[in-house]
Design a protein around this ligand. Structure first.
Ligand SMILES: Cc1cc2nc3c(=O)[nH]c(=O)nc-3n(C[C@H](O)[C@H](O)[C@H](O)COP(=O)(O)O)c2cc1C
Length: 396
């Protein structure tokens, strides 16, 4: 078995990297490009029934930046505007031409059983390897009673999952929204409905900025805006939390999504229980070829760890997650300065004075820690630009 091989519900994946349901999987041409670049599979842009009318706003994207770097991406794009015929022909073509690649079709019906079942059957007949149920789009679709409106209501999650499970024999993956109080409850409902796997997360409901000259919220559509979904690097901590919570409460496979921009983000998701991962925003910003680096760097990581399969990463971090109550509280830690690395910038002094314990001073342009004041909180280690500070056990 190849080093990177994994699977989703028993469907073999040549590597764990899959294109998420979004703009990069909006056309058959783009999906083909992703396969050629090296992605193991794709989740199509969400397919809707032909009689469901949708219209996208322009513009529909905004970004959150730290300096020149994009750290968050907001969109209020709706589902695919292509018709069912386009998708059924396209899926058939993809499966014939690229039999080793996995095609998961994302679907979203209206509020009727007929609509979800027919869509599911059409996509199974076309040759989809699995279906992903989009219960999680936070904008536009909830107004129509679908998307996150479904994912926020456990009874409806269960009901629609049952409808689809009763209509097809291919695996059914439920895509969950993070915009809930308890993702475990949503996952429980999916399991009651018969879900074979979960995908998490979809975007995080957001308002990404305001133009202070015009006071228009962004993105401004003719002077007005609305709430959108945040994705990209900024949402990774929310995604990791959600995936780990699902992994700790359910046995079924999970596809990890949210802010994955390189191999190590992907491995973190696998460490908290994902058996494969999906990527959207980073592909939108940098292109399909990012997968090449993800593959080679993951292989190097596995070699370094002495692992013979990427599957060995799955769930490694789960036993190390516990409640706050169970954490060791009196571990005697203190900050220590590497005086060679310390450049005397004083950032640790400011942070510790104004947000910590007043335990750092500069002496001859080097940070010095007060053993009696330092509380071992770690703030100074995070603001140091040269990694000159680390926490050590007192007396070590
Ligand atoms: C422009 C855009 C369009 C999206 N369209 C869909 C969609 O049609 N169906 C869906 O389930 N998720 C959709 N998503 C959500 C992504 O599949 C993914 O869950 C989310 O962006 C988080 O992953 P990321 O941080 O890698 O982008 C969309 C996201 C973006 C940015």
């Amino acid at each position: 078995m190849g080093l990177l091989e994994t699977d989703i519900c028993g469907i073999p994946l040549e590597n764990p990297f899959i294109i998420a349901s979004a703009s990069p999987s909006a056309t058959i041409d783009m999906i083909e490009k992703s396969f050629i670049a090296g992605w193991a599979g794709v989740v199509t842009k969400t397919v809707k029934p032909d009689n469901m009318h949708i219209e996208d706003a322009r513009p529909r994207f905004n970004v959150v930046k730290d300096g020149k770097n994009i750290i968050g991406f907001e969109n209020f794009e709706l589902v695919s505007k292509k018709n069912i015929g386009y998708w059924t022909n396209g899926i058939k073509y993809l499966k014939e031409k690229y039999p080793s690649k996995v095609v998961i079709t994302s679907i979203m019906g209206d509020s009727s059983e007929e609509s979800w079942s027919q869509l599911a059957i059409d996509m199974e007949v076309a040759g989809s390897d699995a279906l992903e149920l989009n219960f999680s789009c936070p904008h536009g679709m909830p107004e129509m009673g679908v998307g996150a409106a479904v994912g926020q209501n456990p009874e409806i999650i269960e009901k629609i999952t049952k409808w689809v499970k009763g209509s097809v024999s291919i695996p059914v993956i439920v895509k969950l929204t993070p915009n809930v109080t308890s993702i475990e409850q949503a996952a429980d409902a999916g399991i009651r409905g018969g879900a074979d796997a979960f995908a998490a997360i979809n975007t995080v409901e957001s308002l990404s900025g305001i133009n202070l000259e015009t006071f228009e919220p962004l993105p401004s559509v003719n002077g007005m805006s609305t709430y959108g979904g945040l994705s990209g690097k900024a949402v990774k901590p929310i995604g990791l939390r959600a995936v780990s919570q699902i992994a700790r409460s359910q046995e079924v496979p999970i596809m990890g999504i949210g802010g994955i921009s390189n191999w190590s983000d992907a491995m973190e998701y696998m460490a908290v229980g994902a058996s494969s991962v999906q990527v959207c925003t980073e592909v939108m910003l940098k292109g399909f070829d990012i997968v090449k680096d993800m593959i080679t760097e993951t292989e190097k990581f596995l070699d370094r760890k002495g692992f013979t399969s990427v599957r060995q990463v799955i769930g490694q971090a789960i036993p190390k997650l516990t409640s706050h109550e169970s954490l060791v509280k009196n571990a005697p830690l203190i900050a220590e300065v590497d005086t060679v690395k310390c450049i005397g910038c004083g950032k640790c002094v400011v942070a510790c004075n104004d947000g910590g314990y007043g335990a750092v001073i500069l002496v001859e342009k080097k940070a010095v820690i007060s053993k009696s004041e330092c509380d071992g909180c770690s703030l100074c280690t995070h603001v140091c630009p040269t990694d000159a500070l680390e926490l050590v056990k007192i007396g070590a």
